[in-house]
Design a protein around this ligand. Structure first.
Ligand code: RIB
Length: 294
């Protein structure tokens, strides 16, 4: 994992406020998060040996996130502790389970290139999973290093940014939600946007929340995976849980549709608990859900 780590400050409110509006929160809480850390925890809890490459500040938040990695069994020996605040995210979660998120990158922004040891770890991994909360230069550098070493390269293009050709051609898997697909595919028509994007990458997975996910291989739709019908409390980190569990399943040799089914069950479990890292399920819970009728 080359990715971000944030301390999430989560405000639970009745509904998402409109611009200029002040709302009183029902509660506020802090949880470990960050797309990179969430995905690393999801991969580790799904059973994958996981190494985290990224940066934390030397502050209390950094120490808490470092402890979170240890609790999840993640190898944190390459994590940098830098002279900047640990990343923070301000999250508003509505009763409908929808959220809005603002990230202050802090330490994450300092990971601009790989050290030799980090490059070796990327090259020695079976799968490299990344997001777009670190500087784009290091995401590209990591993807190219992994690609030339034969490591499977996955990118979750979140938050959505234009992806240069140099990066997209180094990917084996691109994972996006419907908003990211529309933005990157350059069309408000999701099917059209997805097809355009799918034509640029070996495998594209578009996650659709309650509608499941669609898998494209070399531009063509290859499979649809239905969602699980569950009562959602907080969707924060559900996409991350999908990505981490998916990467773990691919690393252990599952086929793409089976891996997406496994990841869908993990994501369905995650939306039933408040907070990102606290909601990410263990492999046992994922397997128990998969054993139930859909
Ligand atoms: O994807 C959810 C994550 O986005 C949160 O945990 C927050 O830290 C932001 O990175």
């Amino acid at each position: 994992m080359v990715g971000s780590a944030n301390m999430d400050i989560v405000f639970s409110v009745e509904r998402i406020p409109s611009p200029g509006e002040t709302l009183l929160a029902d509660s506020v809480a802090r949880y470990p998060g960050g797309k990179g850390l969430n995905q690393a925890v999801a991969a580790a809890r799904a059973g994958a040996a996981t190494t985290f490459i990224g940066a934390l500040g030397k502050d209390e938040n950094g120490s808490e996130l470092f402890a979170t990695m240890a609790d999840a069994g993640i190898d944190s020996s390459l994590v940098r502790r830098v002279a900047a605040d640990t990343g923070q995210a301000f999250i508003v979660v509505a009763d409908s389970a929808e959220n809005t998120i603002i990230v202050a990158s802090g330490a994450n922004a300092q990971v601009a290139s790989l050290t030799d040891a980090e490059r070796d770890a990327v090259s020695g991994a079976a799968v490299l999973l990344m997001q777009l909360e670190l500087p784009l230069e290091v995401v590209i550098e990591s993807a190219l290093a992994a690609r030339s070493a034969g490591t499977t390269v996955m990118l979750n293009a979140a938050p959505a940014l234009d992806i240069p050709d140099e990066l997209i051609t180094a990917l084996d898997y691109l994972i996006v939600n419907e908003h990211e697909a529309s933005l990157l595919g350059g069309s408000e028509d999701l099917a059209e946007a997805s097809h355009r994007l799918a034509a640029r990458v070996e495998h594209l997975i578009v996650t659709l929340g309650r509608e499941g996910s669609v898998i494209y291989r070399r531009g063509d739709e290859a499979a649809r995976v239905p969602a699980r019908d569950v009562m959602a409390i907080d969707t924060t980190g559900a996409g991350d849980t999908f990505c981490g569990a998916f990467a773990a399943a691919i690393a252990e040799g599952q086929g793409i549709a089976d891996a997406a089914t496994f990841a869908t069950a993990a994501a369905a479990l995650s939306v039933q608990i408040l907070g990102a890292v606290p909601s990410i399920p263990s492999r046992d819970r994922i397997e128990a859900m998969l054993a139930e009728p859909a």
